[in-house]
Design a protein around this ligand. Structure first.
Ligand SMILES: NC(=O)c1ccc[n+]([C@@H]2O[C@H](COP(=O)([O-])OP(=O)(O)OC[C@H]3O[C@@H](n4cnc5c(N)ncnc54)[C@H](O)[C@@H]3O)[C@@H](O)[C@H]2O)c1
Length: 247
């Protein structure tokens, strides 16, 4: 049976690696992102792997658009087996400087987006007898952030919200849907220039496994959650950080 996964934020970075990993594991992929050309490139790679790909340019914070997209994915592919809520954006603004609009936007992109897609995908999954969901939270949700100098409290709030949502929905949607959150530590992606040189060495000195993470570290866990049979795991916050003991 062909399986379908929706991957938000699949144009680049962690989402792209997850979409490609899921395609290699046999999923057809629906990508949702703001970045059309980058998404098309991910879609081409998925087709080269031999799976189908659909591309939806959208802002994940838009509830109505999420409904249209999820319904179109079901129409196009026939099923929704796995949802990866990956799209997100950091906000390095402290409590004294942030505006109400900036706070609301960070919650909308990182947390409400998960609600938007789960709300529309869960009925389809339940109707077909089951499905799985994973949402990308962050180590920030647990630690409050990697540096004292840069406050990301709005981002940490949104990412911590994902953990509460995940636990509550694991109870509500079990036993037919498993839902887990993933908390990556420092993951170096293609556009990342933050952790290089001295900063990289300093960060790595506080990571037990002695390196920064890469997108495939997260993708491997996502593929495990999507494909492992059976899976006796739901409502969890799974940390992928090489054990970052110095934050
Ligand atoms: N890179 C890290 O170190 C790290 C650590 C912990 C958590 N995360 C989380 O992992 C996820 C992916 O991060 P990444 O490092 O690959 O970042 P990235 O910026 O490379 O990728 C994020 C993707 O999401 C898309 N996106 C952002 N806002 C969107 C919106 N409103 N609507 C639709 N698409 C939107 C972007 O266009 C981009 O393609 C994010 O949720 C991020 O918070 C990343």
């Amino acid at each position: 049976m062909d399986r379908t996964a929706i991957v938000t934020g699949g144009a680049r970075g962690i989402g792209k690696a997850c979409a490609i990993g899921l395609a290699k594991a046999g999923f057809d992929i629906a990508l949702v992102d703001l970045l059309e050309p980058e998404m098309q490139a991910t879609a081409s790679t998925i087709r080269e792997i031999g799976r189908r790909a659909a591309v939806y340019q959208a802002d994940v914070s838009n509830f109505a658009r999420a409904g249209e997209i999820v319904s179109d994915v079901e129409k196009t592919f026939g099923r929704v087996d796995f949802l990866l809520n990956n799209a997100g954006k950091s906000n390095p603004t402290g409590i004294l400087e942030i505006t109400e609009e900036s706070f609301d936007r960070t919650i909308a992109i990182n947390l409400k987006s998960c609600f938007n897609y789960i709300h529309h995908a869960a009925p389809i999954m339940l109707g077909q007898g089951g499905g799985r969901i994973a949402s990308i939270s962050s180590l920030n949700a647990l630690s409050g952030g990697v540096t004292a100098a840069v406050s990301k409290f709005a981002y940490a709030s949104a990412k911590a919200g994902i953990l509460g949502m995940t636990r509550a929905l694991a109870k509500e949607l079990g036993p037919n849907i498993s839902i887990n959150a993933i908390c990556p530590g420092v993951i170096q992606t293609e556009i990342d220039t933050l952790f290089t040189g001295e900063r990289e060495a300093e960060t790595v000195s506080g990571i037990a496994l002695g390196r920064l993470g890469c997108a495939d570290d997260v993708a491997n866990l996502v593929v495990f959650l999507a494909t492992s049979e059976p899976l006796f795991m739901t409502g969890q916050a799974l940390v992928v950080d090489g054990f970052q003991f110095k934050v």
